[in-house]
Design a protein around this ligand. Structure first.
Ligand code: GTR
Length: 432
């Protein structure tokens, strides 16, 4: 092959994921009557056939089994702490009069001194001023970087690789001055701060670039056994696992910051980062609230429902998000030992909010609703209540107690309506 051809081909490969998924959106099934009957795996039966009927048996026996199934079949196993070793947290800036004096803004650089090949991550933390106590904190990754979340002009522009996006002024895979604030509608910082909550966020691309070869040049590469990332085996962690690792290191930092109540952390994410939020809540029980915003296929949506995006599409478009094994369930969902009600159940007895958007059919709103509904028996073992309804509620009508759900007007996005519900939910659960 001519050397000149290689860069051109590489660019095409990088774009294939998004383009392929988009093309499939037009061809997908959106007809409820076309969904073949399916049976969900039994949440409460252990591998040895024991029926789980107590919270203790769930916690001791069934929960670890299900977590291991998600590692093995879906997201891959997060390496043990001995793999990454020492974690360095360096507060690089404290600005006490951020957001017109209403908040304190900090930047924290998190790095791995034993693995310098990974460039580390830049966390942006806003805490409310004058609260008089440590604040509950939302922790979530962004698609566009800290400068895109905030509209404050002195937030450093991310220099990392970004997916090409003319509309968002990402030129030659880099953010530009014009990209500032382009994700701010999804992060209503003033509103969150006014409600006495904090926000900690980082650019998911700080972990590694989000494309099929990203695992060769970011955190996963730096931590790989051979250090050269030449091998990616069944069971190895995918990008979702690696992004989730970043969120968990933010929780490590927050435990040391007296402006935050580290016993009141809510993990949040949208879309692919909603999948990440769910996987984070499943693995790390320091997050007392788990929020899935339009997480869809590979997230909250029941995989056995052939509606909108399917396992076949997602694993072809974005194989790198998951462990390799997950691809084997393309058009073969029935043989997968998990479904997504089990992912929701891993949050129990903590609180979990699943949000859909009515025009986001690609994410299968009903499938997202059903995973929460079918997780209820596990929450019941702890005396916790779920939705309180059996049918998907009307648009813009939130339901639920420890498991909550809404389907809002509009499209695939995070809106202030979503945040209003999350703020109420977080307060309700943490103030109990
Ligand atoms: C789509 C993908 C979805 C969702 C979305 C996003 O292309 O098919 O599963 O993750 O991307 O993250 O914006």
């Amino acid at each position: 092959m001519s050397r000149l051809l290689i860069p051109a081909l590489m660019t095409t490969a990088l774009l294939l994921g998004e383009d392929f998924a988009e093309a499939q959106q037009k061809k997908a099934n959106y007809d409820e009557s076309q969904i073949a009957p399916y049976t969900l795996p039994d949440l409460l039966q252990t591998a040895t056939g024991k029926h789980v009927s107590t919270a203790e048996d769930w916690t001791q026996l069934r929960r670890p089994e299900i977590l291991a199934l998600f590692e093995q079949h879906v997201y891959g196993k997060t390496p043990a702490p001995s793999t990454w070793g020492k974690v360095d947290f360096k507060v690089t800036e404290v600005k006490k009069d951020a957001l017109g004096g209403k908040a304190t803004r900090k930047f924290i650089h998190i790095s791995l001194p034993e693995h310098p090949a990974w460039k580390g991550m830049e966390v942006m933390l806003y805490t409310p001023n004058g609260l008089g106590k440590p604040a509950p904190c939302f922790v979530g990754p962004s698609f566009g970087g800290n400068h895109a979340v905030s509209t404050e002009k002195d937030v450093p522009l991310s220099t990392r690789w970004m997916r090409p996006n003319k509309e968002k002024n990402i030129i030659d895979n880099k953010a530009t001055e014009e990209s500032r604030g382009n994700e701010s509608s999804r992060w209503p910082l003033e509103m969150i701060i006014a409600q006495g909550c904090a926000v900690a966020t980082y650019y998911y691309g700080d972990i590694e670039p989000d494309h099929a070869d990203g695992w060769k040049e970011g955190l996963r590469a730096a931590l790989s056994k051979d250090g050269a990332a030449t091998e990616w085996k069944d069971g190895d962690w995918g990008a979702i696992g690696a992004w989730s690792w970043g969120l968990q290191r933010i929780a490590d930092y927050l435990e040391t910051d007296s402006d935050v109540n580290a016993k009141q952390l809510a993990v949040i994410g949208h879309s692919r980062l909603g999948k990440t939020s769910l996987w984070t809540g499943a693995q790390d029980q320091r997050f007392g609230v788990v929020i899935s915003n339009n997480s869809g296929e590979g997230g909250a949506a029941i995989m056995r429902r052939n509606f909108g995006e399917t396992t076949a599409v997602i694993t072809k478009a974005f194989p790198h998000w998951f462990t390799k094994t997950y691809t084997s369930y393309s058009n073969n969902e029935a043989s997968c030992p998990i479904d997504k009600h089990m992912l929701i159940a891993l949050a129990a007895p903590r609180a979990i909010y699943i949000a859909s958007a009515v025009e986001d059919e690609w994410a299968d709103p009903k499938g997202e609703f059903l995973s929460g509904l079918n997780a209820e028996p596990v929450f019941a073992l702890f005396g916790k209540k779920g939705y309180g309804v059996r049918e998907q509620p009307a648009i813009d009508t939130p339901v639920g107690d420890t498991i909550a759900y809404h389907v809002r007007t509009g499209k695939h996005d995070v809106t202030s309506y979503d945040w209003e519900q999350y703020l109420k939910f977080v307060k309700r659960h943490f103030e109990k």
